[in-house]
Design a protein around this ligand. Structure first.
Ligand SMILES: O=P(O)(O)OC[C@H]1O[C@H](OP(=O)(O)OP(=O)(O)O)[C@H](O)[C@@H]1O
Ligand code: HPA
Ligand SMILES: [Mg+2]
Length: 173
């Protein structure tokens, strides 16, 4: 159930860091769209993790058309030890807007195994897929990303965390 446990390392991302990295992603994507002007037609966020980065990218690139695709991924096992991740679309973006994805910027917070993006790319083969963070296994599924972490690293996002008291290192109790 808890995917975090087998991971050796933790990569903790603050709101401030996420804002900087999403801005860096926007700057990298600026002018990279199809056509002479290099403009993007729309931003599509993969919910839910892609929504905050997508908002920041849309703001930086002055893109007002923003849609969402909801993808649920789950583990399926055929009774064997090797569990396979499967993904399913729960909600699609506007079909007339999307076409095959040309000029559309699809944004997610990270790519891990690549299963989520594999499905999204199969639906919109002409879209440009970008994430803020990437792990090696999923890297071939993204055109643009900002920071790569190792496969055995779990990325902790600010919306999954809270500030809490920590005992002094040399305190009595
Ligand atoms: O490359 P993959 O192995 O498919 O994993 C990456 C996906 O997993 C997480 O989303 P999750 O499905 O946990 O849902 P959430 O965004 O709603 O938290 C993350 O936000 C990516 O969308
Ligand atoms: O490293 C991760 N962090 C948060 N959510 C995730 N979903 C897949 N991998 C990760
Ligand atoms: Mg997600």
């Amino acid at each position: 159930m808890d995917n975090r446990l087998p991971h050796e390392k933790g990569f903790h991302v603050s709101w401030d860091q996420l804002h900087r990295d999403a801005r860096a992603l926007a700057w990298r994507l600026q002018g990279q769209g199809p056509g002479e002007a290099g403009a993007w037609r729309a931003v599509v966020a993969i919910t839910r993790g892609g929504m905050a980065p997508a908002m920041i990218v849309a703001r930086e690139l002055d893109i007002r058309t923003v849609d969402t695709i909801s993808v649920k991924s789950y583990h399926s096992s055929g009774g064997k030890a090797d569990e396979r991740r499967e993904a399913e679309v729960l909600k699609s973006p506007d079909a007339a807007l999307m076409g095959e994805g040309e000029g559309i910027l699809i944004i997610d917070d990270l790519v891990d195994s690549g299963k989520t993006l594999e499905l999204v790319r199969s639906l919109y083969p002409k879209a440009h897929v970008a994430t803020v963070y990437a792990k090696p296994k999923g890297r071939p599924q993204v055109e643009t990303f900002i920071t790569e972490v190792s496969q055995d690293t779990w990325i902790f996002f600010p919306w999954d965390m809270a500030l809490q008291y920590v005992k002094p290192y040399r305190g009595d109790d």
